[in-house]
Design a protein around this ligand. Structure first.
Ligand code: ADP
Ligand code: MG
Length: 254
């Protein structure tokens, strides 16, 4: 049975006192040092901060791709930090989309096969009308039989977005999705992510180091040393750049 929930009401993701430590003893690295965060449904958040500040670790822990050392994570009202591997994988396949900087499409599969792969893995019948809409929205209707190698970087990232949307996930996590794209192509991809939030009430959490990319978001969260140091409504690219520069000079002074 399909339960239809209003995607715009409530909390899509919640993290409580998340910590993640790599290694042990004198070699231990604290990637997350106690992060509390809530992402409301139908919102677009940019996660920023210096290299090594814990952005990717936060995303991976929130998406159930990595296990926190301590703390709790909920997707909707389901706590993934308590789930075993099998349940977590199932939840990730059905309710979470992930978009990587390197696109991570499968070269041997066509565009269409890449897009429906999450559904096949989840053993879910595709919602044909939804898929046709998604494919049209990314402008790939004419290229369904192409292979990723025949597409530009921007087109490949649009396919990756469609793949992340195929299961109509609760939340889409993106780690530097425009990091490998030129600025014009990046703008197309960002407009598409914005539309996903505005038109479908989906939730997007995007790591980026680019203040212009962050200006597409509703909210900007800045990490430093595994903690949230700023969390504000999107203040505009100039202010974001200032905040990051202040952190960089602080880092350089240490
Ligand atoms: P960001 O995405 O902000 O650049 P990361 O979350 O990738 O930062 O990393 C945060 C910290 O954790 C860094 O000091 C990084 O070196 C460390 N780290 C990340 N992944 C690993 C790992 N698999 N093993 C050891 N240290 C790691
Ligand atoms: Mg990273």
């Amino acid at each position: 049975m399909t339960v239809h929930v209003d995607q715009r009401v409530g909390t899509a993701v919640r993290a409580e006192q998340l910590t993640r430590t790599y290694g042990s003893g004198t070699q231990a690295v604290t990637a997350l040092a106690g992060v509390d965060a809530e992402f409301a449904r139908g919102t677009f958040t940019a996660v920023m901060g210096p290299s090594g500040s814990g952005k990717s670790t936060l995303l991976q822990c929130a998406a159930g791709l990595d296990r926190p050392s301590s703390g709790r994570v909920w997707i909707g009202d389901l706590e993934i930090s308590r789930m075993g591997e099998t349940k977590r994988t199932e939840l990730r396949r059905n309710r979470i989309g992930f978009i990587f900087q390197a696109f991570n499409l499968i070269g041997a599969l066509t565009v269409e096969e890449n897009i429906v792969l999450p559904l096949r893995l989840a053993g879910t019948a595709p919602d044909r009308a939804w898929l046709a809409h998604v494919v049209e929205r990314i402008g790939m209707t004419e290229r369904l039989r192409h292979r990723p190698a025949q597409l530009s970087g921007g087109q490949q990232q649009r396919v990756a977005i469609a793949r992340a949307l195929a299961t109509r996930p609760e939340v889409i996590f993106c780690d530097e999705p425009t990091g490998a794209l030129d600025s014009r192509t990046a703008a197309e991809v960002l407009a598409l992510l914005r539309a996903v939030v505005d038109e479908h009430g989906q939730t997007v959490v995007m790591v980026t180091h680019d203040p212009v990319a962050a200006s597409y978001a509703d909210r900007v969260m800045v990490l430093a040393d595994g903690r949230i140091v700023h969390d504000t409504p999107q203040p505009g690219p100039a202010r974001v750049a200032e905040q990051l520069a202040a952190l960089d000079s602080r880092g350089a002074a240490r």
